[in-house]
Design a protein around this ligand. Structure first.
Ligand code: GLU
Length: 316
């Protein structure tokens, strides 16, 4: 077992960076280009608030699908588990994240789970607020509080790109309207979903979200519990089974802790009772996961004994 230090993390970054070569940067995101291919940053924040970071950890990238975790926390808070999972399933799906065929094959009334696009759009429709603006500010304020970063912002460029490339997500949403899964205003649910994907963060912020999930859902400023433990358990279980696209089984075996990735190369990891992990690595594989980031997550698990299915108190 290795000791968690900044030097260790610097070495781990250099060992994992070569895996970026097998991935591709998602050029549909504004300002994403080849020069970002080798970027890799990591942050770890432990329960006792020790922060360790290395590599390109200050690079900001859009949340993309990591937003699905935060949306799910809010929807569970607003509607409760029963109603949320009445609209969305909790089963893993061996298909791509934006699959249309799955909407008809599982249960015509609901998408497989909240970590795929259709499920996350249905979840976004369950975030409460008096107006669309208010729903997004609730989301952003919640993020600012859990990351202890009031500088977080939504990138207008990313938001515009999300809208411009939205044909597939619009199809999913309107299909769900036709089956009665989406009963609220479809355009409003989509707009909120696009905005949620467009919030910019560095790996320190992603690690804070991981820590929030791992350790009681408390505000880092006040210690107040913002999300009850039973909802956090649900979110972490869904991350474990469905958070890494259709490689989730692989990551459950090789890393063994709940993670969620996004096509910007973002990864949030939550090691219950111990730490939050944030990774950015923009070169992604064909399923959507950061290639260097994924290698790093697996290395951290092995070196630091983070696999929850081990023997020593669950880890090791
Ligand atoms: N903007 C992407 C979409 O909605 C996010 C997908 C992702 O990160 O998985 O299609």
């Amino acid at each position: 077992m290795k000791e968690l230090t900044t030097d260790y993390l610097e070495d781990a970054i250099e060992d994992s960076r070569p895996f970026a070569a097998s991935g591709n940067v998602n050029m549909s995101l504004p300002n994403f280009d080849e020069t970002m291919k080798d970027m890799l940053g990591v942050s770890i924040i432990t329960t006792d608030q020790q922060c360790y970071s290395a590599g390109d950890h200050l690079q900001v990238i859009p949340m993309q699908s990591t937003s699905k975790v935060v949306g799910l926390m809010l929807a569970l808070q607003d509607f409760g588990k029963e109603r949320v999972f009445n609209a969305v399933g909790m089963e893993p799906m061996g298909d791509f994240f934006n699959s249309i065929s799955q909407l008809e094959s599982f249960d015509t009334s609901k998408p497989f789970n909240p970590m795929i696009n259709a499920g996350a759009i249905a979840v976004a429709a369950m975030i409460k607020g008096q107006s669309p603006e208010n729903r997004f500010s609730r989301y952003l304020d919640f993020l600012k509080e859990m990351t202890d970063n009031d500088q977080l912002y939504m990138s207008e460029d990313v938001y515009e790109a999300e809208k411009a490339n939205s044909a597939r997500n619009r199809s999913l949403a309107y299909f769900m309207q036709s089956t009665g899964t989406l009963v609220t205003d479809v355009e409003e649910a989509l707009d909120l979903y696009f905005r949620m994907n467009s919030v910019m963060m560095c790996s320190d912020d992603f690690a804070r979200i991981g820590l929030f999930l791992a350790c009681g859902g408390r505000s880092p400023q006040t210690g107040e519990r913002l999300i009850p433990p039973h909802h956090l358990r649900t979110v972490k279980a869904i991350m474990m089974t469905s958070g890494m696209y259709n490689s989730s089984g692989h990551y459950a075996v090789e890393a063994g802790f709940p993670c969620k990735s996004g096509v910007s190369g973002s990864i949030i990891g939550a090691i219950p009772g111990r730490m939050g992990v944030g990774v950015i690595g923009p070169a992604i594989d064909e399923k959507g996961n950061s290639t260097a980031g994924g290698a790093l997550i697996k290395k951290l698990s092995q070196d630091l004994g983070l696999n929850m299915f081990g023997e020593k108190g669950g880890f090791g």
